[in-house]
Design a protein around this ligand. Structure first.
Ligand SMILES: [Zn+2]
Length: 302
């Protein structure tokens, strides 16, 4: 892991030099409200969606992470660094979800507001970073983005707050809908690809029996012992299905499901865990992602 970090730092340093030579002179003032559109850079796809909703048409939103790219393991591009350097607002998930982000920020030398979207959220499981899976947490994250936009562009305060309030109502409706759907299940035992769904499972009373990669981080090693362990748990506890994730290779989940003799939910039906899906997919917005996941869980556990 250390070796990889050094490999990442070399191109970052090169880009930093380029940015330092060319960027400063052409930089606009930080008063976004009077200089045109606010520029927002977000790390995760969920934050990109939230930022677009709150900003309405008032901002350009650049998402560093694209659909189906693993946020735990990402190498930022020179374009990412340029966008970060010039952004008015930068929104990160925090809680070390984007473990690569601290070095990236150092390299970019940004001038904008940095928002840690995990602020004010009650954490589970020793700092589980997958906070967005609870719509109640999503509300809090959206509020943090709205506050930052109001700060850098106070002229359009009313608009940002109205967008936030409209979306908060949709998140509340979503929460009620998911709760009603999950409540119909008699079997509430879930096995996922990695430990990404804790906030969702806790909120709606589902039980995580185990994960293919039993870690908050997708980079953890799979051991033969861990695989034997999860197969045994699936068999002994009456789990009906193993849920693969859209941004992870399904191979290990498929092998475990086969060994345990249960269905593996994969391909188009995979859960959206760490990223939204590409445009046109069943999970290309946050609201659609939660509805897709809920439908798959309820259908496969019924
Ligand atoms: Zn994850």
């Amino acid at each position: 892991l250390d070796v990889r970090r050094h490999l990442v730092l070399v191109p970052l340093a090169a880009v930093l030099l380029v940015a330092a030579c060319g960027g400063a002179a052409t930089r606009a003032t930080s008063d976004a409200g009077t200089q045109g559109r606010v520029s927002i850079v977000t790390t995760t796809t969920q934050l990109t969606d939230f930022a677009k909703v709150v900003a309405g048409g008032r901002a350009s939103v650049y998402g560093v992470l694209k659909a189906n790219v693993d946020p735990h393991d990402y190498e930022p591009s020179p374009a990412d660094l340029r966008q970060l350097a010039e952004a008015d607002v930068i929104v990160k998930n925090g809680l070390r979800l984007e473990a690569w982000f601290d070095d990236t920020i150092k390299a970019a030398g940004p001038r904008g507001e940095i928002v840690d979207a995990s602020g004010g959220i009650e954490l589970r499981g020793g700092g589980d970073p997958h906070i967005w899976h609870s719509p109640a947490n999503a509300r809090r994250m959206v509020a943090s983005i709205a506050q930052a936009l109001v700060k850098v562009d106070p002229e359009h305060r009313a608009e940002y707050l109205r967008n936030e309030a409209d979306y908060a109502r949709q998140l509340d409706d979503l929460d009620v809908e998911v709760r009603a759907n999950v409540a119909r299940l008699s079997n509430n035992k879930v096995v996922t690809n990695h430990d990404a769904f804790g906030y969702y499972l806790d909120r709606y009373g589902l039980e995580l029996v185990g994960s293919v990669i039993p870690s908050f981080d997708t980079q953890a090693e799979l051991s033969a012992n861990a695989i034997r362990d999860i197969v045994a748990k699936i068999r002994s506890s009456g789990v009906k299905a193993v849920f693969s994730e859209s941004s992870l290779p399904p191979k290990a989940a498929v092998a475990i499901g086969k060994e345990a003799g249960v269905k593996v939910v994969e391909g188009e039906d995979s859960l959206y865990g760490d990223t939204l899906g590409p445009a046109g997919s069943d999970g290309d917005t946050y609201l659609k992602m939660i509805r897709h996941n809920t439908r798959e869980i309820v259908d496969n556990l019924s």
